[in-house]
Design a protein around this ligand. Structure first.
Ligand code: FES
Ligand SMILES: [Fe+2]
Length: 384
């Protein structure tokens, strides 16, 4: 196991170094981070809108693990490991509607949409559907802890994290005004970007507004560097906000409807926060977005972007315009995150430094990574 030295990361910002190269390029450290950062707490997996109706089921692979996102008969979203308790066959291999039960294609063991094992044909021999030792009550699908917030399906794969509302209490309190039904804009309001960089570089870049003048000249023309503020909650989340959000208007001069009961500050403010580890969130008076980062190994990440609105019946042309606008902005970031990734192959790079004035939110994320790596290593050591 590679053990990187993270003491320089934990220094005060003016002295701190960024994470060592190995955290971006080394498969062994990627595996370590998977346990320490990505499966131990609440990570974003998908959006609830992926399974709009009871019975809708979508197989997903997250960190190499086959998962099944499903809306059960009662309408609740659940996540299971997508394998049969008999011989471990993959249960669902393409998105589909489960009409009756989830039937394993191998020997036809069947599970309810709530995960209960309901039938085991011929398990005791031809014509005999029970067998000693095969206790159906103990052989349901393996469920992953999940929670819906801001339209995102969050999962805790280790099963050891505190409940979502406790783990994210500060963020929920900060954005309590947005804790209301959000309506996914549908097929025109989702897209993916595959970026050749480590997932953390996408977080690091998202947390700061320092790069705006050079990377996002369009945005910067009305939302200048001095219009932004840092959002810093040590050990929890970080990001940035702007005081000059301008609503998008359609050709007819119309705008999206606002979320109900917002404080007047949101007339012109917008905030962009990373819910550690892997969800980049943005809220505005009239729409929100979530970018779920799905790491595909140390050097590649797929960004799943979703836009949400206050009502289900927003104008499709305006939605398309909004999606296009955000796609332009997020694509503008690709060359920097990919450029930093290439830079991580420079031997002897010391992790780089942080601007004490401008990089606080990014440094906080590094500090969070270092702290969780230290905790993980302490546990690992204790277990040896
Ligand atoms: S592996 Fe699923 S029924 Fe045999
Ligand atoms: Fe950016």
């Amino acid at each position: 196991m590679t053990h990187t030295d993270l003491s320089a990361v934990r220094q005060p910002i003016g002295m701190a170094h960024g994470l060592p190269n190995a955290h971006y390029v080394d498969p062994a450290v990627f595996e370590e981070e998977r346990a320490a950062l990505l499966t131990s707490g609440w990570s974003g997996l998908a959006v609830a809108a992926d399974v709009p109706e009871p019975g809708d089921a979508v197989p997903l692979t997250f960190l190499g693990m086959p998962l099944l996102l499903i809306r059960d008969r009662a309408g609740e979203v659940r996540v299971f490991h997508n394998i049969c308790r008999h011989r471990g066959m993959i249960l669902v291999d393409a998105p589909r509607k489960i009409e009756g039960a989830i039937r394993c294609p191998y020997h036809s063991w069947c599970y309810s949409t709530e995960g209960r094992l309901v039938s085991t044909p011929h398990v005791g021999g031809p014509g005999k559907n029970t067998a000693e030792g095969i206790d159906r009550d103990l052989l349901g699908l393996i469920e992953v802890h999940s929670h819906i917030w801001l339209g995102v399906v969050w999962i805790n794969l280790s099963g050891t994290a505190p409940p979502f509302h406790e783990a994210n209490a500060d963020l929920l309190a900060r954005w309590s005004e947005f804790d209301k039904p959000l309506f996914h804009g549908g097929p025109d309001s989702r897209f993916q970007l595959t970026v050749n960089c480590n997932w953390k570089l996408a977080v690091e870049n998202y947390c700061e507004s320092y790069h705006l003048p050079w990377v996002h000249p369009g945005l910067n023309s009305y939302s200048r560097l001095e219009d932004h503020y840092h959002i810093e909650e040590p050990g929890r989340f970080s990001g940035q906000g702007t005081r000059v959000y301008r609503q998008l208007t359609g050709d007819d001069g119309k705008t999206f409807p606002d979320f109900a009961d917002l404080d007047p500050k949101w007339d012109t403010a917008a905030e962009y926060i990373t819910a550690y580890p892997n969800v980049l969130l943005g809220v505005h008076r009239d729409h929100a977005f979530a970018i779920i980062l799905v790491p595909h190994g140390p050097g590649q990440t797929v960004e799943h972007v979703h836009l949400f609105y206050a009502r289900p019946d927003t104008d499709p042309a305006l939605r398309a315009k909004n999606t296009a606008q955000w796609k332009t902005v997020f694509k503008e970031d690709i060359f920097v995150v990919e450029g930093m990734q290439r830079g991580r192959h420079t031997p002897g790079f010391d992790g780089g430094r942080f601007s004490p004035a401008m990089d606080g939110p990014t440094h906080l994320f590094h500090d969070w990574v270092a702290e969780h790596m230290a905790r993980h290593r302490a546990r690992y050591k204790a277990a040896e």
